[in-house]
Write a protein that binds this ligand. Structure first.
Ligand code: NDP
Length: 281
């Protein structure tokens, strides 16, 4: 068996066309503020992807750069300034951050209606309460949009997620549960990890360990989603050994052009959703 490739780039382009139309019908240009602290070269790569896609869609992205030595209080003051600005649709903080700044203190300061990353506690709580009116984090939502684009249902399926981060694993578990999947969330302390992954209908890997997951982790015919982005001497790699796993899985995401572009488009969808809910009051 050779897997069908879940082409995140192609699906993201299709979703972009739909989003462009929605943007045209808004009463004003959506504005996303990205707060970027310090001079991490990785930040620039991720920022450029968002800025370029935003420009294609008519979404204005303003990056507010701050020095690496900035203190947390002044970033919170800046967030509060943008919370008050009626023209700003969404606010997000670009990771990674310098040591003296807590990501969660910043996210807590963002108005939940402008929290386009969906990490503010109000949005997290709404996700787990099954409330339909919330902003869900972009990467997990991008994964579900990609599965949906290929008509792959989660209902009744066993989804195993490796990685329990607040950014990916945990919110993904909540979203899969809401889609009637049976979910197992695993991590470094999980014993007999392979035994668990080998019974997954859908295996999602978000660990940050280049190519760790090979065919021995995968049930033949499973759907495999690779979230990982690892910069190695051999270039960009996912957490899954793509060439080995594609031979036994039914569907698989590549890295790059898998979940990366789906995350960017999902974030911009969140900006439009945020603006619409602000317009409704
Ligand atoms: P974190 O480092 O925050 O979390 C990693 C998780 O993986 C932890 O829960 C950790 O377990 C678990 N883990 C690590 N190694 C193992 C292992 N050997 N066995 C089992 N579990 C393990 O990472 P993120 O969730 O933020 O990101 C994960 C990956 O996804 C990274 O490569 C990141 O770059 C990428 N990413 C890609 C995005 C995209 O758009 N494609 C978006 C966001 C992230 P424990 O909790 O026990 O430490």
């Amino acid at each position: 068996m050779t897997a069908i490739i879940l082409d995140g780039q192609k699906v993201a382009n299709q979703l972009a066309e739909k989003l462009k139309i929605q943007v045209r019908h808004l009463s004003r240009t959506p504005i996303l503020i990205i707060i970027s602290i310090g001079n991490n070269p990785e930040n620039k790569i991720y920022l450029d992807k968002k800025i370029n896609r935003g420009a294609q869609l008519g979404i204005k992205i303003k990056v507010h750069h701050l020095a690496a030595s900035t203190n947390e209080r002044s970033v919170i003051d800046l967030i509060q300034h943008y919370n008050q600005d009626q023209l700003v649709s969404g606010i997000m903080v670009q990771l990674p951050l310098p040591e003296q700044i807590s990501y969660y203190h910043l996210v807590r300061a963002i108005n939940p209606l402008k929290d386009v990353d969906g990490f503010n506690e109000q949005n997290v709580g709404r996700l787990w309460n099954g409330d339909s009116n919330f902003i869900a984090p972009a990467t997990p939502r991008g994964i579900l949009s990609l599965l949906s684009a290929y008509d792959l249902s989660l209902k009744g399926k066993h989804t195993v997620v490796i990685g329990r981060s607040n950014l990916v694993g945990k919110p993904l578990a909540g979203l899969c549960l809401a889609k009637d999947s049976t979910v197992t969330l695993t991590h470094r302390k999980t014993t007999n990890l392979r035994k668990i992954t080998q019974i997954a209908d859908i295996l999602v890997v978000a660990i940050g360990q280049a190519q760790m997951v090979d065919q021995s982790y995968v049930k033949p015919g499973a759907i495999v989603i690779d979230v990982g982005i690892n910069t190695t001497a051999q270039g960009l790699m996912g957490d899954v050994n793509f060439s080995a796993v594609k031979e036994i899985s039914s569907y698989i995401t590549p890295v790059p052009k898998g979940i990366g572009p789906m995350t960017v488009i999902s974030l911009l969808e969140n900006v439009v959703k945020a603006q619409k809910s602000q317009e409704l009051g």
